[in-house]
Design a protein around this ligand. Structure first.
Ligand code: AMP
Ligand code: MG
Length: 341
């Protein structure tokens, strides 16, 4: 049996988890810093790193107790090393270094984005590689070709705002709380669509042909703003939310279709914070039926948010490959950062 600790501190969630054999979750603790950042409607790096520092020890202590193991029982410590806020990543990294140094346990440095996709290993057997990894979060709207653990190639990326960012910015102009995703989703659900009603927002990236695959949400954000200005007397918040989601998610399903055509890969794994959205999940399920592919995404919403379980889960696979790093490993804000092992 192998016991692994996963540490996540890349952004605004401090999280630790203990996983057995890469698939049995023994404990998961997540401290969300949302309350500290919400007055600023965005993550403040200095506040984030301080909060990680304040919380990480107690989360670890509670998690170890819940799992019923000691540090000396651990076979590896997995930690997010990139991408993320450097000051925040350093808190998790330093904790991993301490545990490694004191107990002689190897460190596995994990790509946060890959961990989001690999978390499905906690809910089921991994499907055979390669996958199309669709990452929709606060910082990313991208599609990867996921060839094997530690082996990702980017296929499509965002030109500007990510999908999560668009949710947060549009919800701000609609005067909804931060982060806006869940609030905007609730407003959209409450909308009673009228028969034959047209979408007030234009289709995104109409000019792209079948070959070009990319995301861009800043145009939709501007369209919402203009529509809101034109309807400022009585802003139809539910209607805007409904059509915002419809327009935004149409680009996601269209890009998945194009990616399948381009690569021939018919295994799609979707992940990231925006996958908490029930309407997005339904859109993906409908597209799966239409375009006939295998679809996987985290069933538990806690696995969509940043969490230590995904780090421990991917960490196990990398540990089996003996992908260890030394105590002097680096953290980085960059997505394409290569750890030198
Ligand atoms: P992450 O970057 O993976 O931590 O995810 C955070 C992002 O996910 C934020 O931009 C949130 O607004 C977004 N998000 C969270 N829940 C939902 C939801 N139900 N619908 C849409 N976006 C969401
Ligand atoms: Mg987050």
């Amino acid at each position: 049996m192998a016991y692994g600790l996963g540490i996540e501190s890349s952004c605004d969630e401090t999280s630790v988890a203990i996983v057995r054999d890469g698939k049995d979750l023994l404990s998961l603790k997540v401290y969300s810093q949302i309350e500290s950042h919400s007055p600023y409607r965005g993550v403040v790096p200095e506040i984030a790193s301080r909060a990680h520092l304040e919380k990480i020890n107690s989360l670890l202590a509670v998690s170890m107790e819940e799992a019923g193991i000691n540090y000396s029982d651990l076979d590896y410590v997995a930690v997010t090393s990139y991408p993320g806020l450097v000051g925040s990543l350093m808190i998790g990294a330093q904790m991993a270094r301490c545990i490694s140094l004191v107990y002689g346990i190897p460190i596995v440095a994990v790509n946060h984005l890959e961990a989001h996709l690999a978390v499905i290993g906690l809910e089921r057997e991994f499907p055979a590689f390669p996958w199309l990894g669709v990452l929709l979060s606060g910082g990313n709207s991208s599609i990867y070709i996921y060839k094997g653990f530690g082996d990702l190639e980017i296929l499509a990326d965002t030109q500007d705002d990510s999908l999560g960012e668009a949710f947060d910015k549009v919800s701000a102009v609609l005067n909804l709380p931060y982060p806006g995703g869940p609030y905007l989703e609730a407003k959209a659900k409450a909308y009673q669509l009228e028969k034959g009603e047209g979408n007030p927002f234009p289709k995104l990236l109409k000019e792209d042909g079948e070959e070009k695959i990319r995301f861009s949400y800043s145009g939709l954000k501007t369209a919402v703003l203009y529509y809101l200005r034109a309807n400022s007397e009585a802003p139809p918040v539910e209607k805007i939310s409904y059509f915002f989601q419809k327009t935004a998610f149409e680009l996601v399903t269209r890009n998945i279709r194009k990616a399948i055509t381009k690569t021939g890969i018919r295994t799609v794994v979707a992940a990231g914070g925006v996958l908490a959205n029930g309407t997005l999940r339904e859109s993906l399920e409908a597209e799966k039926e239409r375009s006939q592919f295998d679809l996987f995404y985290p069933q538990k919403k806690i696995y969509c948010t940043d969490n230590g379980a995904m780090v421990a889960c991917l960490g196990y696979q990398l540990w089996k490959q003996k992908s260890f790093v030394g105590l002097d490993f680096k953290v980085s804000p960059k997505r394409n950062f290569e750890q030198i092992i």
